[in-house]
Design a protein around this ligand. Sequence first.
Ligand code: ZN
Length: 406
Amino acid sequence: MLAYALLSLLAVSTPIAVEACQSKVTKPPLLWLADVRANAAPGTDSTTTLSKSDPGMRLIRFEKGAVPIPITADEHIELQKSGLRYTDVTEVDLEAIVTAKAAEGNYASGGRAIPSAPSKQAQVKPVIATLSQANLKTDLSSLTAYKSRYYKSTTGAKSAQDLLAKLQTIASSASGSGGKVTVSAFSHTWGMSSIIARIEGTNTAGAITIAGAHLDSINQSDPTGGTAPGADDNGSGCVNLIEAFRKLVAAGFKPTNPVEFHWYSGEEAGLLGSAAVARSYSTAKKSINAYLNLDMTAWLQTGTTPQIGFVSDRTSSTLTAFVKKLVPEYLTGVIASDDYCGYACSDHASWNTLGYPAVYPFESITKYENPNIHTAADTATSSQFSYAHAHEFTKLVVAYVMELAL
Ligand SMILES: [Zn+2]
């Protein structure tokens, strides 16, 4: 069965776009996998015995529309070491959900129309004025203190528990005049939860405006045992959301429609956390206004123009055009550029697959992204790690949330 699936996919395989810095593999993923199997020690190649009952077996996909490929636990580790991007659809296959629900015509319940231009300056600018770079540094020092935030590690699970506690402390300080604030863990079948913070809207059933970032990290050369501080990937996006949430709560923010901040587990293992959350929301027929993804916001390569690379694939062009307009309106010293990211490159893809509008502002264009990600060297100590640059992304999150949810 496996051999058949692999051979049939090899026949239709097309080159896959992957982020250059994330993978040293230059060949198409299916050829890479065939090599892994050919090089496996005798007796360990389970291609003839693999079945769904094998513990550790995963079903993965390298490109949209492909038949999911079963891989062994050992191959799963090799895949993580390769840096190739993939979706893990063992538990949640969003593409299959879309295919099934398309017949019913009831997925991706829509939100409000995306406005053509920013209009909430009077409310947004005072909150932006309260945002702190120092808080980004403090929050990031907590996140990078774990040896790793790998989704299957005890330290990864602890990082989610500690984030939950931090956010609950912020929520408990909410003033009575703002929207009701709740923080909860979204449990998975692995140890590390995703975390969700919600600021209730006056219209509690209104379309939700979401900003999300993955909390997990990975050391590509040693996924289960290596040191993975994940300062830029993606501690940076996580602390942007913490600070935005903190200051919106402090301001007594009371949106018309609900706002949520999501910190996902398992992004580095095939978008696991965001797929589970997106499926849950789709199943519950929650209305989604928009999803903004932050994944790496702090690297500013020496000699380059500070810019925000807006990912053009697996995103909404309408929403992206609107969020780009927030850059000159609310940010300082940074321009908006266009970028491309490829299959399974981050959690926006989970929401996009289900038909929800998504936008993904990235730390630069891919050419100038942080070369240290997925290694022990992804720390905040480099001179090119810029809290000032990351600070602009906190502003962007606050502007996005307030413009769309007020
Ligand atoms: Zn990332």
